[in-house]
Design a protein around this ligand. Structure first.
Ligand code: HEC
Length: 179
């Protein structure tokens, strides 16, 4: 009898130790090893206050005499003009995913992929902005100041993966007559 009881207690103690070890290992796994669910992983990091300030500050392009010549400030100014006038259709990053473009047919173009119907490059893009694409909701923006249109061209050229090689002399020649 007493032997049996000793055995029983022994078994019970072992079971207890095993379950404690299991709980401990499980605890260590959850705390230290398990990757967990990162709720933030699908969210974009919000822009820093410095970035927001830099974005809000107007870029002074008044000193730029030849707005068709690639210039960092033109790209920055173009980004602003784009976000105010084009992003609703083409999306903030030009990927063709703006809210106002969702129901359009044809859809606003993904400018990053850049399938150009008008040749692309500085000349093709300037022409599209100035004259629009008839038969689509891509309107003509010929009433925009010339330097604002060049800024848009430079911004779009900076984001597109489909850059078109052009002779800068040809662009300059075009720019002198472009309306
Ligand atoms: C109302 C929506 C809308 C707005 C606003 C808009 N676009 Fe578009 N855009 C379109 C659509 C739609 C197309 C594609 C038309 C097609 O596929 O025939 C397009 C095409 C383009 C293209 C492609 C040209 C090519 O060669 O194929 C460029 C560049 C472009 N837009 C620039 C702009 C710029 C710059 C602005 C702002 C000044 C602007 N768009 C504003 C709808 C819009």
């Amino acid at each position: 009898m007493s032997e049996n009881r000793d055995q029983y207690n022994h078994g019970g103690m072992l079971a207890f130790i095993f379950s404690m070890v299991f709980v401990f290992v499980f605890f260590v796994y959850i705390v230290a090893i398990h990757p967990g669910v990162d709720l933030g992983e699908n969210l974009q990091t919000p822009p820093s206050p410095e970035q927001l300030l830099a974005d809000a500050k107007p870029v002074d392009i008044s000193g730029i005499k030849e707005p068709w010549v690639p210039h960092e400030d033109m790209v920055k100014h173009g980004k602003k003009v784009f976000s105010q006038n084009c992003a609703m259709c083409h999306g903030n990053e030009g990927k063709g995913d703006g809210a106002a473009g969702a129901g359009l047919n044809p859809k606003p173009r993904n400018l990053v992929e850049g399938h150009w119907t008008k040749g692309g490059g500085y000349i093709g893009i300037f022409n599209v902005i100035s004259h629009g694409i008839p038969g689509s909701s891509m309107a003509a923006y010929g009433h925009f100041k010339t330097e604002d249109r060049w800024a848009l061209v430079q911004f779009i050229d900076s984001i597109t993966q489909n850059k078109v090689k052009e002779d800068p002399a040809k662009v300059a020649e075009f720019a002198k007559t472009a309306q």
